[in-house]
Each structure stands twice: as C-alpha cells, then as structure tokens.
Design a protein around this ligand. Structure first.
Ligand SMILES: [Zn+2]
Length: 268
C-alpha cells in the first residue's frame, strides 16, 4: 500500500511538473521574407539525419580553438563575470519550457554552456556547440544588462532550437547519409559562415525574450537595441556574419508584438 501511495505521489508530481512547463507563441511569420515554406520543408527533410549533442560540442570546441588562435579571449574579470552571470540565469530557465522546435537535443546542452569575451572592436556575437562568443565591441554597444541579455538569450536559442545541429545535418546529408561530417575544419568554416535564415534568427529573438522574461529581466529593452543595431548595420564595424541577422526595423516590431501577445507587455 505504501509503495502504491509513493508511486501515485510520484506520478502526480511528474504530471504537475509536465503541466507547468511553459509555452509561448512564436510567430516566425513576422520575419518571413518569402522563404519560410521552403525553409521548413528543408528542415523536415533534414530531420531524417541525426546529430548528437556530442557532435555539436565537438564543433564548438573546434570553433573555440580557431578563435583562440586569432584573438585574446577573456575568461575572467568584471565583463566576463557579468556575461557569465547572465548566461547562467538564462540557461536555468530552459527546462521550464516545452520544446518550441523540432530539435531532438532541446534541453540537453545546459551543463555544457560556456561563454567567452573576444577582444575586438567588431560588433558581433555567435555560437556553436553550446559555446557563446561575445565581442568587447558588442559588449560596449549594449547600454545595460538587459540589452546584453537579449544578445546572450539569442545565442543560447540558436543551440536550443537546433540551428547548429541543422548546419551539421546539412553537412552530413551532403557527405552521404552514413559518411559522417568529412573534414572537421571545413565543417567549422561552414558553421561560422553559413547564414541561419531570417525566420530562425527571428525565433531566436523570441525564445531569447521568453528566457529573459522568465529570468526576471526586462525584455522590452531588446527593442531599443534592435533599433540601434538596424541603424548601425550598414557600418563597416559590423562583421559580415551579422548580415545574416534580420537587422531591419522588423526585428524591433516583431519583438514588440511577441511581448504584447504573450505577456501583455506594452513596450514603448
Ligand atoms: Zn543569430
């Protein structure tokens, strides 16, 4: 009897935990530049290939090694402590959400996340294999912690929503289904230079805001950041990678809509 009671209690706790997971509406059509349908079809096909968390982590390590060869990477000091603290607060929220994507590895990167500050004036941030890179350029461009949260939340989301894995699957398919990834250095090059697509970028903003809101930050600050970025996007200090980001006014507008629809937040 006691055993049955314990089993029932455990079932109840499990049911409550599952029921309490959060869902938000991600309206990616807000970022649609006419390629959404084709992009989703390609993703469905690529879902036939599997990529493990370890595959992704290996690529992240390679990216780190390449960056460490070229740049000074900070892993201590005030700036580093700040971005690390933000990343930890955001990653602690992931398990509270139902998977908003088709990524089979969603929620499995948590213990692997690492963040680095790269010393360069270039305004940039990127990620691969649960490693997040933030330049001193973008750190200084952010006016406050809430803006940094937007950047870091966006990069975390690229991992959780399966965009890194998606690049690897593409590569795997290109190599033949059982052929693995081929040359790792070429693969890393692909990951760093291939665009994710507007709707994927958009969804990273949206899920990033969810994590930010859940962690107790003020996600409305993201709007001013994207507006300032849109103004800056033509400048040379913007590394090419950023041209893959939807730096149009849309990004601010879509963020505003998301916060209004899901959280009744009226951002000005
Ligand atoms: Zn991005």
């Amino acid at each position: 009897m006691k055993k049955l009671t314990i089993t029932l209690a455990l079932l109840l706790v499990t049911a409550l935990c599952t029921a309490q997971k959060k869902n938000t509406q991600h309206d990616v059509s807000c970022y649609d530049n006419g390629t959404l349908a084709a992009h989703q079809l390609e993703k469905t096909i690529l879902d036939g290939a599997s990529v493990s968390v370890n595959d992704e982590l290996e690529v992240g390590k390679q990216v780190y090694d390449q960056m460490a060869e070229k740049y000074t990477i900070l892993t201590s000091g005030e700036k580093y402590e700040k971005v690390l603290g933000i990343m930890n607060r955001l990653t602690a929220q992931i398990s509270k959400y139902n998977n908003p994507s088709t990524n089979a590895n969603f929620g499995q990167y948590k213990s692997h996340y690492k963040i680095y500050i790269i010393e360069t004036d270039e305004i940039n941030a990127f990620t691969a294999g649960a490693r997040i890179f933030v330049t001193t350029g973008i750190y200084d461009f952010c006016k406050d912690d809430n803006e940094l949260v937007s950047i870091i939340g966006h990069e975390i989301s690229h991992n959780e929503l399966g965009h890194i894995g998606y690049h690897l699957k593409r590569r795997k398919m290109a190599q033949g289904f059982f052929g693995g990834f081929g040359d790792l250095a070429t693969l890393v090059g692909n990951v760093l230079t291939s665009p994710f697509g507007q709707t994927d970028e958009g969804q990273c903003d949206l899920f990033g805001m969810d994590l930010s809101k859940s962690a107790g930050f003020a996600p409305c600050h993201t709007i001013d950041l994207w507006e300032r970025m849109a103004e800056k996007s033509g400048e040379k200090s913007f590394i090419n990678l950023f041209s893959t980001h939807p730096y149009s006014g849309d990004r601010a507008t879509c963020a505003k809509q998301h916060l209004s629809k899901n959280y009744s937040l009226d951002c000005e």
